[in-house]
Design a protein around this ligand. Structure first.
Ligand code: ATP
Ligand code: MG
Length: 445
Protein backbone atom coordinates (compact mmCIF):
# COMPACT_ATOMS: atom_id res chain seq x y z
CA UNK A 1 0.00 0.00 0.00
CA UNK A 2 1.38 3.32 -1.04
CA UNK A 3 1.17 6.08 1.52
CA UNK A 4 2.01 9.71 0.97
CA UNK A 5 2.72 12.36 3.55
CA UNK A 6 0.39 15.21 2.56
CA UNK A 7 1.15 18.66 4.03
CA UNK A 8 -1.31 19.77 6.68
CA UNK A 9 -2.72 22.67 4.69
CA UNK A 10 -3.38 20.46 1.67
CA UNK A 11 -5.16 17.97 3.88
CA UNK A 12 -7.18 20.79 5.37
CA UNK A 13 -8.39 21.84 1.93
CA UNK A 14 -9.21 18.25 0.94
CA UNK A 15 -11.12 17.68 4.17
CA UNK A 16 -13.07 20.91 3.89
CA UNK A 17 -14.19 19.88 0.41
CA UNK A 18 -15.06 16.28 1.35
CA UNK A 19 -16.89 17.31 4.48
CA UNK A 20 -19.07 19.51 2.28
CA UNK A 21 -19.95 16.42 0.23
CA UNK A 22 -17.48 16.81 -2.66
CA UNK A 23 -14.58 14.64 -3.75
CA UNK A 24 -11.04 16.02 -3.56
CA UNK A 25 -7.53 14.67 -4.15
CA UNK A 26 -3.94 15.77 -4.46
CA UNK A 27 -3.12 15.15 -8.10
CA UNK A 28 -0.43 15.14 -10.78
CA UNK A 29 3.19 16.17 -10.23
CA UNK A 30 2.96 16.29 -6.43
CA UNK A 31 1.74 12.69 -6.16
CA UNK A 32 4.45 11.53 -8.58
CA UNK A 33 7.20 13.39 -6.71
CA UNK A 34 5.99 12.35 -3.24
CA UNK A 35 6.04 8.69 -4.26
CA UNK A 36 9.55 9.11 -5.65
CA UNK A 37 10.68 10.78 -2.43
CA UNK A 38 11.32 14.07 -4.25
CA UNK A 39 10.16 17.39 -2.82
CA UNK A 40 7.05 18.44 -4.83
CA UNK A 41 7.29 21.96 -6.29
CA UNK A 42 3.64 22.61 -5.51
CA UNK A 43 0.59 20.66 -4.41
CA UNK A 44 -2.34 20.73 -6.81
CA UNK A 45 -5.81 19.61 -5.83
CA UNK A 46 -8.51 18.23 -8.07
CA UNK A 47 -12.15 18.22 -6.99
CA UNK A 48 -15.67 17.40 -8.08
CA UNK A 49 -16.81 20.77 -6.68
CA UNK A 50 -17.44 23.58 -9.16
CA UNK A 51 -15.24 26.68 -8.92
CA UNK A 52 -18.12 28.56 -7.30
CA UNK A 53 -18.57 25.83 -4.72
CA UNK A 54 -14.86 25.97 -3.98
CA UNK A 55 -14.97 29.74 -3.56
CA UNK A 56 -17.90 29.48 -1.17
CA UNK A 57 -15.99 27.14 1.15
CA UNK A 58 -12.84 29.21 1.70
CA UNK A 59 -12.51 32.74 2.96
CA UNK A 60 -9.59 33.80 0.75
CA UNK A 61 -9.48 32.70 -2.87
CA UNK A 62 -8.09 34.04 -6.13
CA UNK A 63 -9.75 33.48 -9.51
CA UNK A 64 -6.68 32.06 -11.22
CA UNK A 65 -8.36 30.56 -14.26
CA UNK A 66 -12.07 30.28 -13.68
CA UNK A 67 -12.83 29.28 -17.27
CA UNK A 68 -10.46 26.30 -16.80
CA UNK A 69 -11.92 25.60 -13.38
CA UNK A 70 -8.95 26.77 -11.33
CA UNK A 71 -9.28 28.67 -8.06
CA UNK A 72 -6.31 29.39 -5.82
CA UNK A 73 -7.10 28.87 -2.14
CA UNK A 74 -4.94 31.03 0.13
CA UNK A 75 -3.98 29.69 3.56
CA UNK A 76 -1.68 32.14 5.30
CA UNK A 77 0.99 33.01 2.76
CA UNK A 78 0.59 29.77 0.79
CA UNK A 79 -1.62 29.40 -2.26
CA UNK A 80 -2.98 26.07 -3.53
CA UNK A 81 -4.53 25.56 -6.94
CA UNK A 82 -7.84 23.75 -6.72
CA UNK A 83 -9.18 22.69 -10.11
CA UNK A 84 -12.56 21.20 -10.91
CA UNK A 85 -12.56 17.76 -12.58
CA UNK A 86 -12.64 18.45 -16.27
CA UNK A 87 -12.39 16.94 -19.70
CA UNK A 88 -10.73 18.91 -22.44
CA UNK A 89 -12.97 19.51 -25.43
CA UNK A 90 -11.77 19.14 -28.97
CA UNK A 91 -8.28 20.45 -29.60
CA UNK A 92 -7.62 23.08 -32.18
CA UNK A 93 -4.35 23.38 -33.99
CA UNK A 94 -2.30 21.05 -31.73
CA UNK A 95 -2.38 23.48 -28.83
CA UNK A 96 -5.59 24.58 -27.21
CA UNK A 97 -8.73 22.77 -26.28
CA UNK A 98 -11.60 24.72 -27.82
CA UNK A 99 -13.42 24.52 -24.54
CA UNK A 100 -13.20 22.61 -21.31
CA UNK A 101 -16.08 20.77 -19.73
CA UNK A 102 -16.45 20.03 -16.07
CA UNK A 103 -17.23 16.45 -15.08
CA UNK A 104 -18.12 14.55 -11.94
CA UNK A 105 -15.71 11.71 -12.73
CA UNK A 106 -12.20 11.66 -11.33
CA UNK A 107 -11.17 9.05 -13.90
CA UNK A 108 -12.24 11.34 -16.75
CA UNK A 109 -10.07 14.08 -15.27
CA UNK A 110 -7.06 11.76 -14.95
CA UNK A 111 -7.54 10.57 -18.52
CA UNK A 112 -6.89 14.05 -19.98
CA UNK A 113 -3.47 14.26 -18.31
CA UNK A 114 -0.31 13.77 -20.31
CA UNK A 115 1.64 10.85 -18.84
CA UNK A 116 0.73 7.89 -16.64
CA UNK A 117 3.12 9.05 -13.92
CA UNK A 118 1.32 12.44 -13.90
CA UNK A 119 -2.15 10.92 -13.82
CA UNK A 120 -2.41 9.65 -10.26
CA UNK A 121 -4.53 11.10 -7.46
CA UNK A 122 -4.33 10.59 -3.71
CA UNK A 123 -6.18 11.39 -0.53
CA UNK A 124 -5.96 9.87 2.93
CA UNK A 125 -9.36 8.28 2.84
CA UNK A 126 -9.26 6.65 -0.60
CA UNK A 127 -5.50 6.17 -0.88
CA UNK A 128 -3.95 6.13 -4.34
CA UNK A 129 -6.09 6.27 -7.48
CA UNK A 130 -3.95 4.89 -10.29
CA UNK A 131 -6.15 4.02 -13.25
CA UNK A 132 -3.40 3.97 -15.89
CA UNK A 133 -0.57 2.01 -14.25
CA UNK A 134 1.38 5.10 -13.26
CA UNK A 135 3.00 3.25 -10.37
CA UNK A 136 4.25 0.51 -12.65
CA UNK A 137 5.79 3.11 -14.96
CA UNK A 138 7.33 4.96 -12.00
CA UNK A 139 8.94 1.70 -10.91
CA UNK A 140 10.11 0.82 -14.41
CA UNK A 141 11.32 4.36 -15.00
CA UNK A 142 9.24 4.97 -18.08
CA UNK A 143 7.48 7.99 -19.60
CA UNK A 144 4.32 6.72 -21.27
CA UNK A 145 1.30 8.63 -22.54
CA UNK A 146 -2.12 8.11 -21.02
CA UNK A 147 -3.91 6.34 -23.87
CA UNK A 148 -2.79 6.51 -27.47
CA UNK A 149 0.44 8.50 -27.84
CA UNK A 150 -0.25 9.76 -31.35
CA UNK A 151 -3.67 11.03 -30.35
CA UNK A 152 -2.34 12.73 -27.23
CA UNK A 153 0.49 14.45 -29.10
CA UNK A 154 -1.90 15.52 -31.83
CA UNK A 155 -4.10 17.19 -29.20
CA UNK A 156 -1.18 19.15 -27.73
CA UNK A 157 2.22 19.05 -29.43
CA UNK A 158 4.06 20.47 -26.41
CA UNK A 159 3.54 17.14 -24.64
CA UNK A 160 6.27 15.70 -26.88
CA UNK A 161 8.84 18.05 -25.41
CA UNK A 162 7.42 17.52 -21.93
CA UNK A 163 8.01 13.78 -22.34
CA UNK A 164 11.76 14.28 -22.81
CA UNK A 165 11.85 17.00 -20.14
CA UNK A 166 10.37 14.61 -17.54
CA UNK A 167 12.77 11.87 -18.67
CA UNK A 168 15.66 14.27 -18.02
CA UNK A 169 14.36 15.32 -14.59
CA UNK A 170 13.66 11.75 -13.47
CA UNK A 171 16.28 9.85 -15.52
CA UNK A 172 13.50 7.83 -17.14
CA UNK A 173 13.30 6.31 -20.61
CA UNK A 174 10.66 7.09 -23.21
CA UNK A 175 8.36 4.11 -23.70
CA UNK A 176 8.65 2.82 -27.28
CA UNK A 177 5.28 3.88 -28.72
CA UNK A 178 5.65 7.25 -27.03
CA UNK A 179 9.05 7.75 -28.64
CA UNK A 180 7.84 6.55 -32.04
CA UNK A 181 4.90 8.95 -31.90
CA UNK A 182 7.24 11.88 -31.23
CA UNK A 183 9.39 10.91 -34.19
CA UNK A 184 6.31 10.84 -36.36
CA UNK A 185 4.65 14.04 -35.11
CA UNK A 186 7.57 16.28 -34.10
CA UNK A 187 6.71 18.68 -36.93
CA UNK A 188 3.63 19.81 -35.01
CA UNK A 189 5.90 21.49 -32.48
CA UNK A 190 6.01 24.32 -35.00
CA UNK A 191 2.54 25.34 -33.87
CA UNK A 192 3.48 25.63 -30.19
CA UNK A 193 4.29 29.09 -28.83
CA UNK A 194 7.91 30.01 -28.17
CA UNK A 195 7.05 30.79 -24.55
CA UNK A 196 5.84 27.27 -23.82
CA UNK A 197 8.87 25.74 -25.55
CA UNK A 198 11.15 28.01 -23.55
CA UNK A 199 9.70 26.74 -20.25
CA UNK A 200 10.31 23.10 -21.16
CA UNK A 201 13.77 23.75 -22.63
CA UNK A 202 14.84 25.56 -19.46
CA UNK A 203 13.54 22.78 -17.21
CA UNK A 204 15.35 20.18 -19.29
CA UNK A 205 18.62 22.12 -19.26
CA UNK A 206 18.41 22.63 -15.48
CA UNK A 207 17.60 18.96 -14.80
CA UNK A 208 20.01 16.36 -13.45
CA UNK A 209 20.27 14.75 -16.88
CA UNK A 210 20.68 17.53 -19.44
CA UNK A 211 22.40 15.01 -21.73
CA UNK A 212 18.87 13.85 -22.55
CA UNK A 213 18.87 16.87 -24.82
CA UNK A 214 20.23 14.39 -27.34
CA UNK A 215 16.80 12.72 -27.25
CA UNK A 216 15.22 16.03 -28.24
CA UNK A 217 17.51 15.95 -31.26
CA UNK A 218 17.16 12.25 -31.92
CA UNK A 219 13.37 12.41 -31.99
CA UNK A 220 13.51 15.26 -34.50
CA UNK A 221 12.31 18.10 -32.25
CA UNK A 222 15.41 20.32 -32.32
CA UNK A 223 15.07 20.36 -36.10
CA UNK A 224 11.81 22.26 -35.56
CA UNK A 225 12.66 24.83 -32.87
CA UNK A 226 16.49 24.81 -32.87
CA UNK A 227 17.71 23.68 -36.30
CA UNK A 228 21.10 25.27 -35.53
CA UNK A 229 21.75 22.35 -33.18
CA UNK A 230 21.19 19.79 -35.93
CA UNK A 231 23.85 21.58 -37.97
CA UNK A 232 26.23 21.30 -34.98
CA UNK A 233 25.59 17.54 -34.80
CA UNK A 234 26.76 17.31 -38.41
CA UNK A 235 29.90 19.33 -37.77
CA UNK A 236 32.95 17.15 -37.07
CA UNK A 237 36.01 18.65 -35.38
CA UNK A 238 39.13 17.04 -36.74
CA UNK A 239 41.47 18.86 -34.44
CA UNK A 240 43.75 17.75 -31.57
CA UNK A 241 41.67 19.68 -29.01
CA UNK A 242 38.54 17.72 -29.76
CA UNK A 243 37.14 14.20 -29.81
CA UNK A 244 33.48 15.01 -30.47
CA UNK A 245 31.38 16.71 -33.10
CA UNK A 246 30.34 20.26 -32.18
CA UNK A 247 26.89 19.02 -31.13
CA UNK A 248 28.20 16.19 -28.92
CA UNK A 249 30.78 18.50 -27.39
CA UNK A 250 27.98 20.94 -26.63
CA UNK A 251 25.96 18.33 -24.76
CA UNK A 252 29.00 17.19 -22.77
CA UNK A 253 29.78 20.80 -21.88
CA UNK A 254 26.23 21.39 -20.59
CA UNK A 255 26.65 18.37 -18.32
CA UNK A 256 29.92 19.75 -16.92
CA UNK A 257 28.48 22.99 -15.55
CA UNK A 258 26.37 23.79 -12.52
CA UNK A 259 22.58 23.79 -13.00
CA UNK A 260 22.17 27.53 -13.48
CA UNK A 261 20.05 28.98 -16.26
CA UNK A 262 22.63 31.45 -17.58
CA UNK A 263 25.47 28.93 -17.44
CA UNK A 264 23.59 26.07 -19.07
CA UNK A 265 22.22 28.29 -21.86
CA UNK A 266 25.74 29.58 -22.44
CA UNK A 267 27.08 26.06 -22.83
CA UNK A 268 24.21 25.16 -25.15
CA UNK A 269 25.00 28.08 -27.45
CA UNK A 270 28.74 28.71 -27.05
CA UNK A 271 29.86 26.90 -30.20
CA UNK A 272 26.82 27.35 -32.45
CA UNK A 273 28.89 29.62 -34.69
CA UNK A 274 31.44 26.91 -35.46
CA UNK A 275 29.80 25.25 -38.49
CA UNK A 276 29.60 28.52 -40.42
CA UNK A 277 33.26 29.51 -39.90
CA UNK A 278 34.85 26.06 -40.24
CA UNK A 279 37.93 25.79 -42.48
CA UNK A 280 40.21 22.80 -43.08
CA UNK A 281 43.94 23.34 -43.60
CA UNK A 282 46.30 21.43 -45.91
CA UNK A 283 46.96 18.86 -43.18
CA UNK A 284 43.27 18.14 -42.84
CA UNK A 285 42.98 19.91 -39.49
CA UNK A 286 39.75 21.85 -38.89
CA UNK A 287 39.81 25.44 -37.62
CA UNK A 288 37.03 27.67 -36.33
CA UNK A 289 38.50 31.16 -36.35
CA UNK A 290 36.16 33.84 -35.07
CA UNK A 291 33.47 31.36 -34.05
CA UNK A 292 32.82 33.16 -30.78
CA UNK A 293 31.64 36.25 -32.65
CA UNK A 294 29.25 34.25 -34.82
CA UNK A 295 28.12 32.24 -31.76
CA UNK A 296 27.31 35.45 -29.91
CA UNK A 297 25.19 36.65 -32.83
CA UNK A 298 23.36 33.34 -33.07
CA UNK A 299 22.87 33.20 -29.29
CA UNK A 300 21.17 36.60 -29.33
CA UNK A 301 18.99 35.66 -32.27
CA UNK A 302 17.98 32.28 -30.87
CA UNK A 303 17.26 33.50 -27.34
CA UNK A 304 15.13 36.31 -28.74
CA UNK A 305 13.30 33.86 -30.96
CA UNK A 306 12.58 31.70 -27.88
CA UNK A 307 11.38 34.82 -26.03
CA UNK A 308 13.95 34.78 -23.25
CA UNK A 309 14.13 37.97 -21.17
CA UNK A 310 16.65 40.71 -21.97
CA UNK A 311 18.76 40.19 -18.85
CA UNK A 312 19.29 36.53 -19.71
CA UNK A 313 20.10 37.40 -23.32
CA UNK A 314 22.57 40.09 -22.29
CA UNK A 315 24.50 37.83 -19.92
CA UNK A 316 24.56 34.77 -22.17
CA UNK A 317 25.80 36.84 -25.10
CA UNK A 318 28.72 38.22 -23.11
CA UNK A 319 29.68 34.79 -21.80
CA UNK A 320 29.43 33.23 -25.26
CA UNK A 321 31.53 36.01 -26.77
CA UNK A 322 34.32 35.55 -24.20
CA UNK A 323 34.10 31.79 -23.72
CA UNK A 324 37.29 31.25 -25.73
CA UNK A 325 39.18 34.33 -24.53
CA UNK A 326 42.51 33.43 -22.93
CA UNK A 327 44.23 36.27 -21.10
CA UNK A 328 48.00 36.26 -20.78
CA UNK A 329 48.86 34.72 -17.42
CA UNK A 330 49.93 37.93 -15.73
CA UNK A 331 48.14 40.19 -13.28
CA UNK A 332 47.85 42.90 -15.95
CA UNK A 333 46.50 40.39 -18.48
CA UNK A 334 43.81 39.22 -16.07
CA UNK A 335 42.93 42.81 -15.09
CA UNK A 336 42.37 43.54 -18.78
CA UNK A 337 40.20 40.42 -19.06
CA UNK A 338 38.23 41.43 -15.96
CA UNK A 339 37.79 44.89 -17.47
CA UNK A 340 36.31 43.43 -20.66
CA UNK A 341 34.11 40.79 -19.06
CA UNK A 342 33.14 42.72 -15.94
CA UNK A 343 33.09 41.81 -12.28
CA UNK A 344 29.50 40.57 -12.46
CA UNK A 345 30.22 37.83 -15.00
CA UNK A 346 33.89 37.03 -14.46
CA UNK A 347 33.28 34.14 -12.02
CA UNK A 348 30.80 32.66 -14.50
CA UNK A 349 33.30 33.08 -17.33
CA UNK A 350 35.73 30.92 -15.33
CA UNK A 351 33.05 28.24 -14.90
CA UNK A 352 32.25 28.34 -18.62
CA UNK A 353 35.90 27.81 -19.53
CA UNK A 354 36.19 24.92 -17.11
CA UNK A 355 33.15 23.14 -18.55
CA UNK A 356 34.34 23.79 -22.09
CA UNK A 357 37.76 22.29 -21.33
CA UNK A 358 36.25 19.22 -19.67
CA UNK A 359 34.26 18.48 -22.82
CA UNK A 360 37.40 18.57 -24.99
CA UNK A 361 40.10 15.95 -25.66
CA UNK A 362 41.07 14.50 -22.21
CA UNK A 363 44.75 14.53 -23.23
CA UNK A 364 44.61 18.33 -23.17
CA UNK A 365 42.73 18.77 -19.87
CA UNK A 366 45.61 19.04 -17.45
CA UNK A 367 47.49 21.79 -19.22
CA UNK A 368 44.34 23.82 -19.88
CA UNK A 369 42.99 23.43 -16.36
CA UNK A 370 46.30 24.54 -14.87
CA UNK A 371 46.28 27.71 -16.97
CA UNK A 372 42.68 28.36 -15.95
CA UNK A 373 43.56 27.89 -12.29
CA UNK A 374 46.28 30.48 -12.70
CA UNK A 375 43.77 32.97 -14.15
CA UNK A 376 41.53 32.28 -11.18
CA UNK A 377 44.38 32.81 -8.69
CA UNK A 378 45.40 36.05 -10.36
CA UNK A 379 41.80 37.27 -10.36
CA UNK A 380 41.37 36.52 -6.67
CA UNK A 381 44.55 38.41 -5.90
CA UNK A 382 43.28 41.38 -7.93
CA UNK A 383 40.10 41.41 -5.85
CA UNK A 384 42.02 40.99 -2.60
CA UNK A 385 44.32 43.87 -3.39
CA UNK A 386 41.37 45.92 -4.60
CA UNK A 387 43.13 46.62 -7.91
CA UNK A 388 41.20 48.91 -10.18
CA UNK A 389 39.88 47.33 -13.38
CA UNK A 390 36.77 49.42 -14.14
CA UNK A 391 36.14 53.14 -14.71
CA UNK A 392 34.07 53.10 -11.55
CA UNK A 393 37.10 52.08 -9.50
CA UNK A 394 39.34 54.74 -11.04
CA UNK A 395 40.57 57.29 -8.46
CA UNK A 396 39.38 60.18 -10.64
CA UNK A 397 35.93 60.78 -12.14
CA UNK A 398 34.79 62.79 -15.13
CA UNK A 399 33.63 65.42 -12.69
CA UNK A 400 37.16 65.68 -11.23
CA UNK A 401 38.57 66.22 -14.71
CA UNK A 402 35.99 68.91 -15.47
CA UNK A 403 36.84 70.69 -12.23
CA UNK A 404 40.47 70.61 -13.36
CA UNK A 405 39.40 72.51 -16.49
CA UNK A 406 38.85 69.75 -19.06
CA UNK A 407 35.57 70.38 -20.85
CA UNK A 408 32.89 67.70 -21.09
CA UNK A 409 32.82 65.83 -24.40
CA UNK A 410 34.25 62.84 -26.25
CA UNK A 411 37.81 63.89 -25.50
CA UNK A 412 37.11 63.62 -21.77
CA UNK A 413 35.87 60.08 -22.23
CA UNK A 414 38.99 59.23 -24.20
CA UNK A 415 41.19 60.61 -21.45
CA UNK A 416 39.40 58.58 -18.78
CA UNK A 417 39.86 55.41 -20.82
CA UNK A 418 43.48 56.24 -21.32
CA UNK A 419 43.97 56.62 -17.57
CA UNK A 420 42.25 53.31 -16.99
CA UNK A 421 44.57 51.62 -19.52
CA UNK A 422 47.53 52.89 -17.53
CA UNK A 423 46.08 51.73 -14.25
CA UNK A 424 45.31 48.29 -15.70
CA UNK A 425 49.03 47.98 -16.41
CA UNK A 426 50.16 49.46 -13.10
CA UNK A 427 47.54 49.51 -10.34
CA UNK A 428 49.80 51.58 -7.99
CA UNK A 429 49.12 54.51 -10.29
CA UNK A 430 45.47 54.64 -9.28
CA UNK A 431 46.07 57.77 -7.27
CA UNK A 432 44.09 60.98 -7.69
CA UNK A 433 46.77 63.68 -7.89
CA UNK A 434 48.96 61.67 -10.21
CA UNK A 435 46.06 60.79 -12.54
CA UNK A 436 44.89 64.42 -12.65
CA UNK A 437 48.39 65.47 -13.69
CA UNK A 438 48.40 62.82 -16.44
CA UNK A 439 44.94 63.89 -17.57
CA UNK A 440 46.02 67.47 -18.06
CA UNK A 441 49.13 66.29 -19.90
CA UNK A 442 46.93 64.29 -22.33
CA UNK A 443 44.52 67.17 -22.70
CA UNK A 444 47.22 69.60 -23.64
CA UNK A 445 48.83 67.21 -26.14
P1 ATP B 1 6.53 20.25 -12.43
O1 ATP B 1 5.60 21.28 -11.86
O2 ATP B 1 7.43 19.60 -11.47
O3 ATP B 1 7.22 20.72 -13.66
P2 ATP B 1 4.11 18.85 -12.96
O4 ATP B 1 3.81 17.40 -13.24
O5 ATP B 1 3.48 19.45 -11.77
O6 ATP B 1 5.66 19.01 -12.95
P3 ATP B 1 2.83 20.91 -14.46
O7 ATP B 1 3.19 21.48 -15.77
O8 ATP B 1 2.88 21.77 -13.25
O9 ATP B 1 3.72 19.62 -14.27
O10 ATP B 1 1.35 20.31 -14.63
C1 ATP B 1 0.61 19.75 -13.55
C2 ATP B 1 -0.16 18.53 -14.04
O11 ATP B 1 -1.10 18.92 -15.05
C3 ATP B 1 0.70 17.46 -14.68
O12 ATP B 1 1.23 16.56 -13.71
C4 ATP B 1 -0.27 16.79 -15.62
O13 ATP B 1 -1.09 15.90 -14.93
C5 ATP B 1 -1.14 17.94 -16.09
N1 ATP B 1 -0.64 18.61 -17.32
C6 ATP B 1 0.15 19.71 -17.41
N2 ATP B 1 0.40 20.07 -18.67
C7 ATP B 1 -0.27 19.20 -19.44
C8 ATP B 1 -0.45 19.03 -20.85
N3 ATP B 1 0.15 19.86 -21.72
N4 ATP B 1 -1.23 18.02 -21.26
C9 ATP B 1 -1.84 17.18 -20.39
N5 ATP B 1 -1.71 17.27 -19.07
C10 ATP B 1 -0.95 18.26 -18.59
MG1 MG C 1 3.58 21.57 -11.21
Amino acid sequence: MIQIQIPEKVNMIIQTLTTAGHEAYAVGGCVRDAILGREPADWDITTSASPYEVKALFSRTIDTGLQHGTVTVMLGKDGFEVTTYRVDGEYEDCRHPKEVQFTKSLIEDLKRRDFTINAMAYNEEQGLVDAFDGIKDLQRGVIRCVGNAEERFTEDALRMFRAVRFSAQLDFELEESTRAAIQKLCGNLQKVSAERIQVELTKLLLSNHPEKFLDVWETGMTHIFLPEFDVCMQCEQNNPHHIYSVGEHTVHAIGQIEADKILRLTMLLHDFGKPSVKTTDENGIDHFHGHQVRSEELAGMILRRLKFDNETIRKVKILVYYHDYHPSLTAAGVRRAANKIGEELFPMYLEVQRADILAQNPDTHQEKLEALLEVKRLYEKILEEKNCFTLKQLAVTGRDLMQAGIPAGPKLGEILNHLLEMVLEEPEQNEKEWLLGKAIEFYQK
